[in-house]
Design a protein around this ligand. Structure first.
Ligand SMILES: [Zn+2]
Length: 72
């Protein structure tokens, strides 16, 4: 099986939480769930934790390219 290889090849995204003063890297496929769960459990649903702003722009470009949103 190649489960481990698949995990390692998946892009990880740094998520920062200014309130908790933490940074964690999560797999792209779990990004939305992880951020939502963190904010839900620790911050009453406030959107405190977020993708590291330094790469959020790059990520948006990547995702937009992936979805073909830039090809209009
Ligand atoms: Zn937090």
């Amino acid at each position: 099986m190649t489960t481990d290889d698949a995990d390692e090849s998946e892009p990880h995204v740094p998520v920062v939480c200014s309130a908790c003063d933490t940074t964690s890297r999560v797999p792209l496929s779990e990004l939305a769930t992880t951020v939502e769960r963190h904010n839900d459990h620790l911050h009453d649903g406030d959107e405190v934790a977020e993708v590291d702003p330094e790469i959020a722009d790059q990520l948006a470009d990547l995702v937009a390219t992936d979805l073909g949103l830039l090809e209009e």
